[in-house]
Design a protein around this ligand. Structure first.
Ligand code: ADP
Ligand code: ZN
Length: 599
């Protein structure tokens, strides 16, 4: 039997295991059950793909995501592994042929949709075949409380009952303890060893900026930091998705919309272009992303606030699976908090559940308003301790922290004096002494709080109000269009029992300049990347079209970049490059040398 490491080298072309991969593989190969918690991009697939090649028989992988199954099979096939898929997208003839190949022992890995796996017919087929292991991908789909619940996943406990001797490995990127416990009990994994990796994604740079003109901010972000690169822009509403996509396209950016209101054909087409072509920007509602395995997504931008830290982390986690630097960038303002709160208030959920939703939102607002490292805060939310990362906007450019007690008191009194019926905009007008029509209509220029805040700018007051909401001193009434109201804890602050500090962003140096100076060799910068890399990309694109697979299935960006940097002259040189396995060397080695020889 070949060793795990030699399979990693020859089949997948990688030099060493990452994190706990090797331990997990060893455990599963030795017949053990495993529950693997690893962040997106951590390398979960190899944890069952390598045991599949080491154990006798075929590995059966359950996955809820049709597109993802196809991409995985394409990638395995490129690497020379006998892999196939069974799901509802196949015609009957192909499905039958695949079943025959499986029963005859001609497959190493078979991906199966859960609803098919649990049919009596398929269980019977399993009992006639040699199964190397069961892998249950996206295992959090068994959780009824989770956002991806799949009823068929609950029936997967049948695998243990019917095939007690076959090891099972369940995998997920959902970290919280409740979900973990639910997976263990529903899938009967009580005996399984649990492997928990750090959830940090060190190559993702987190940045949350104050919303001013979101579109201009987005364009500035795209053009200065990601020209020509692939990424996802998330918006809350379908309309905003359409408008943003049109508007970016007008500026010459290859942007495509994606949301549930588009017909299925258009959606599939846009997703396919995003996955298969270089440098497409998808503008989407949250309906987009699950099951898209594209490794070279260079940024995820949020124009609207997600619902929770979990959602934010899952969405931003789609950036940089390949381990190369990537950005998670979000614009955020007071209006976002008001909007999200209104959506919760108007939802059908019962009071208890609404309270959970509010507290999840509050945690995210706390992240947006933190004066400390974003990553520390994120990981802390998932129960992981860490120290300041040096790769987020706060670490790079620490905000000024000032004693805001007096400003907070002025703000709270003004909310109170104006009757707790107005949003932040009007209250700020009163504080700063702007004699607007509304101020005059309500005679707010006669209040004791009129003009007591002229020492701070509009922008500074907006930051104060955002933070007062984030800290729980004010709440935005969701029924009354964001009218601000004092909370219980506001009293302590007004009576001088507590003090508060606020953060104030210090004007950041332009990222563009810093990136140029700090840019490591090999960073994808399409605008001025070398002609060699461009030639390699073009070759890859042509080949991907010919094979009908996504470009990254042929070679990842990281691999092309290493090739461009190393300029190998012999097959032996090429073999040493991460991502070039034996099969790919055999198939593509000469073609690559023809290109690098030229370069
Ligand atoms: P996950 O399923 O955990 O999101 P994947 O299994 O898709 O992650 O792996 C993420 C990426 O990392 C893939 O492109 C994979 O080829 C790559 N990868 C996994 N393990 C290694 C390794 N040991 N060395 C180099 N690259 C790896
Ligand atoms: Zn940091």
């Amino acid at each position: 039997m070949p060793s795990a490491l030699s399979l990693l080298n020859t089949v997948f072309g990688y030099n060493e295991f990452r994190g706990a991969q090797s331990e997990i593989i060893e455990h599963v190969v030795a017949n053990g059950d495993a529950l693997v918690l690893m962040p997106t991009g951590g390398g979960k697939s190899l944890c069952y793909q390598i045991p599949a090649l080491m154990r006798e028989g075929c590995a059966v992988v359950v996955s809820p995501l049709i597109a993802l199954m196809h991409d995985q099979v394409a990638a395995l096939t490129e690497a020379g592994v006998q892999a196939a898929v069974l799901n509802s997208s196949l015609d009957q003839e192909t499905a039958l042929a695949t079943e025959r190949a499986f029963a005859a022992g001609r497959l190493d890995v078979l991906y199966v949709a859960p609803e098919r796996l649990v049919t009596p017919r398929f269980l019977e087929l399993l009992s006639r075949s040699k199964v190397a292991l069961f892998a249950i991908d996206e295992a959090h789909c068994v959780s009824q409380w989770g956002h991806d619940f799949r009823p068929e996943y609950i029936q997967l406990s049948v695998l243990h009952e019917r095939f007690p001797g076959v090891p099972r490995i369940a995998l997920t990127a959902t970290a919280d303890e409740v979900t973990r416990a639910e997976i263990v009990s529903r899938l009967q994994l009580d005996e399984a060893r649990i492997f928990i990796s750090s959830f940090d994604r060190p190559n993702i740079r987190y940045e949350i900026v104050e919303k001013q003109n979101a579109r201009d901010q987005l364009v500035d972000f795209l053009s200065s930091r990601h020209p020509g690169e692939a990424g996802i822009v998330y918006c809350l509403s379908r309309r905003k998705v359409d408008e943003t996509a049109w508007w970016l396209a007008d500026l010459g950016i290859r942007a495509l919309p994606y949301h549930a209101g588009l017909d299925q054909h258009t959606r599939a087409l846009h997703q396919e272009r995003f996955v298969n072509e270089d440098g497409v920007v998808i503008v989407a509602t949250i309906a987009f992303g699950m099951g898209i395995d594209k490794p070279d997504v260079r940024f995820v931008a949020h124009l609207d606030l997600p619902k929770s830290i979990e959602a934010y982390y899952q969405e931003t986690g789609r950036a940089g699976r390949d381990g190369l630097p990537a950005d998670a960038w979000m614009t955020y303002g007071l209006g976002d908090v008001v909007q999200q709160r209104r959506m919760i208030a108007q939802s059908e959920a019962d009071e208890l559940f609404k309270r959970v939703l509010y507290s999840k939102l509050d945690a995210l607002v706390g992240l947006a308003e933190t004066a400390g490292c974003r990553r520390v805060r994120l990981l802390d939310y998932f129960g992981e301790a860490s120290s300041p990362c040096g790769n987020c906007d706060v670490c790079a450019n620490p905000p000024r922290v000032w004693d805001g007690t007096e400003a907070a008191q002025k703000a709270l009194s003004c909310v109170y004096r104006t009757g707790q019926r107005f949003g932040a905009g009007h209250v700020i007008d009163v504080l700063r002494g702007h004699p607007t029509e509304r101020v005059q209509r309500f005679k707010h220029d006669e209040l004791t709080t009129w003009k007591i805040g002229a020492d701070l700018s509009d922008k500074q007051w907006r930051a104060v109000f955002r933070q007062l909401i984030a800290l729980g001193y004010l709440e935005a009434d969701s029924e009354a269009y964001g009218a601000l109201k004092l909370t219980e804890s506001a009293r302590g602050l007004l009576k001088n029992h507590v003090r508060v500090s606020f953060r104030e962003e210090v004007a950041a140096p332009r990222r563009r300049d810093r990136r140029r100076s700090a840019a490591a060799p090999g960073l994808a910068q399409h605008a001025n990347e070398g002609p060699l890399l461009e030639a390699l990309r073009n070759w890859r694109l042509a080949l991907a079209r010919e094979h009908g697979v996504p470009a990254y299935v042929i070679f990842h960006d990281a691999t092309l970049q290493s090739i461009a940097a190393a300029q190998p002259q012999t097959l032996e040189d090429l073999r040493g490059i991460s991502g070039v396995g034996a099969r790919k060397l055999e198939r593509y080695g000469e073609a690559l040398l023809a290109i690098t020889g030229r370069g």
